[in-house]
Design a protein around this ligand. Structure first.
Ligand code: G3P
Length: 478
């Protein structure tokens, strides 16, 4: 029937033999917007089998041809930005303009990956033996990068297109095949994106996309013996996956509690603008969102006033209207955010705005005078709710940042570059931004979390390298 979106296997759109479907609830209307196939384990086995055989041929396809197909897919993706963005608006309530940006950024990422791939994979190394003690110049060693095999890509709901292609494009240029398991919220956007790759003409079976319930196919996919690498972005599930996965390379990005450290000499208007952008864009549903402000007491009143004035200007409403603040992705997410807010209220945080919620829509809220005994000081709301902790020394700020179990990004605002560098060195996070909010992009920059924030480094170059292994051939001379 036309009502349930088909899944993608063997270069074709198919119905699942399970006869079951999964509903995708529109976060704004809270009604079923779309349905996707609930694939079963048999169907997963099939895509794994064909992914393996398609990969063998793909690895032999010239690098320039792989790049050519990726450029084609990028162009098709950009041509289809409007319908894909519309799905993002309906499935994940991403503001209309941001939804278009996500698709365009994705096309650019795919093209960049193709270009970067032909450069870095087009080069190998040549070593000679006599540099190591005891050896004559009798051995020549040739090294090159070869594909890993089948890559399982699991992107999150907040960038179902962009964080899918950031896994798919490096995998494909490096000669791997792809099995994509999109998030439930965002699955239809992802299926549309996959269709762009289909139209570009990639070989059958090289890319598959299975939709379904985590309870049915989640562990089955991640523990499948056919998988040679998992690239996952999301929440705590990633920790469970890393414990269960076999002896294969993992690329994981699991969220953060990015701190914004504000020193006394900071440009407070710049800080306020970045707190708004960093803390409230896509309603705070970004791993790299500013999730705690650590501000020196002497400038805290002034900063809080400036942020409050800007919060008052944020528009709240439907993603179709391109509102700044839109409904969070699910009701359970809204309930979780509310739980953090109520805990802070009971423990005496200062509410800079009145707490307001209608359905999944939560109005932006700044919580001042948050203390370490409040859950929101440590937990990730993934919503438009931002705690401010007042600090009396830089050390106190660094201590709070490093006491977190997360370590994705952080930022520091000061006009003193020496202090900024020292703070960056002291912060136990994958990246520190000086005088700007945390962000993953530009997408060729390295992107990595430490501690519970992840394993490995992403960004175009690092992802391509990560999805390859080194192969050497040694020529032994007589
Ligand atoms: O939440 C996903 C993370 O990768 C954030 O990306 O571009 O919003 O910084 P970005």
């Amino acid at each position: 029937d036309g009502e349930v979106y088909k899944y993608y296997s063997e270069g074709e759109w198919k119905k699942s033999s399970s006869g079951k479907s999964v509903a995708i609830i529109n976060p704004t209307t809270r009604k079923t917007q779309y349905r996707v196939q609930a694939c079963n384990q048999e169907e997963v086995n099939k895509v794994m089998e064909i992914a393996k055989s398609a990969q063998k041929l793909w690895a032999k396809t010239p690098l320039w041809k792989r790049a050519e197909l990726l450029h084609k897919a990028a162009a098709i993706l950009k041509e289809h930005k409007a319908p894909i963005a519309e799905c993002l608006v309906k499935e994940i309530a991403k503001p209309a303009k941001d939804a278009v940006t996500e698709v365009v950024r994705s096309g650019d990422l795919v093209s960049y990956c193709a270009e970067e791939g032909v450069r870095i994979l087009g080069e190998g190394k040549f070593l000679v033996s006599d540099s190591f003690p005891g050896n004559e110049r009798t051995k020549y060693c040739l090294t090159s990068k070869i594909p890993l095999g089948v890559i399982l890509a699991i992107p999150p709901f907040n960038y179902p297109v962009n964080l899918a292609v950031s896994k798919i494009a490096p995998a494909l240029i490096a000669g791997n095949s792809i099995v994509l398991k999109p998030p439930t919220q965002g699955a239809v956007s992802a299926l549309h994106m996959v269709h762009c790759f289909h139209l570009a003409g990639f070989p059958k079976g090289l890319i598959s996309c299975v939709t379904g319930k985590g309870s049915e196919i989640g562990d089955f996919l991640t523990m499948h013996p056919g998988v040679d690498c998992i690239s996952f972005t999301g929440g705590d599930t990633g920790i469970a996956i890393s414990k269960k996965a076999g002896m294969i390379p993992l690329q994981m990005e699991l969220g953060g509690k990015d701190a914004c450290i504000v020193l006394e000499d900071a440009d407070l208007d710049l800080v306020a603008a970045n707190i708004i952008k960093g803390g409230f864009s896509y309603s705070g549903q970004r791993c790299t969102a500013v999730k705690v402000v650590l501000v020196m007491e002497s400038v805290a009143d002034s900063l809080v006033e400036k942020v409050k004035a800007r919060v008052a200007k944020l528009t709240v409403g439907a993603p179709e209207d391109d509102s700044d603040i839109t409904p969070v992705v699910t009701e359970s997410s809204a309930n979780f955010i509310e739980g953090l807010v109520m805990d802070a209220k009971e423990k005496g945080a200062t509410f800079c705005q009145e707490y307001k919620r209608e359905g999944n829509l939560i109005w932006p809220l700044l919580l001042d005078n948050v203390r370490p005994d409040m859950r929101i000081a440590w937990e990730e709301p993934f919503g438009p709710v931002l705690p401010v902790i007042r600090i009396n020394s830089i050390e106190e700020g660094i201590h709070h940042c490093n006491a977190s179990n997360f370590g994705l990004q952080g930022c520091v605002f000061t006009k003193d570059i020496n202090k900024a560098i020292l703070i960056s060195d002291a912060m136990e996070t994958g990246t520190v931004q000086i005088n700007s909010a945390p962000a993953r992009g530009p997408d060729h920059f390295p992107f990595q979390g430490i501690k519970d924030s992840g394993i490995g480094s992403q960004g175009v170059t690092n992802s391509i390298n990560m999805m390859t292994k080194v192969k050497t051939t040694v020529i032994n001379l007589p």
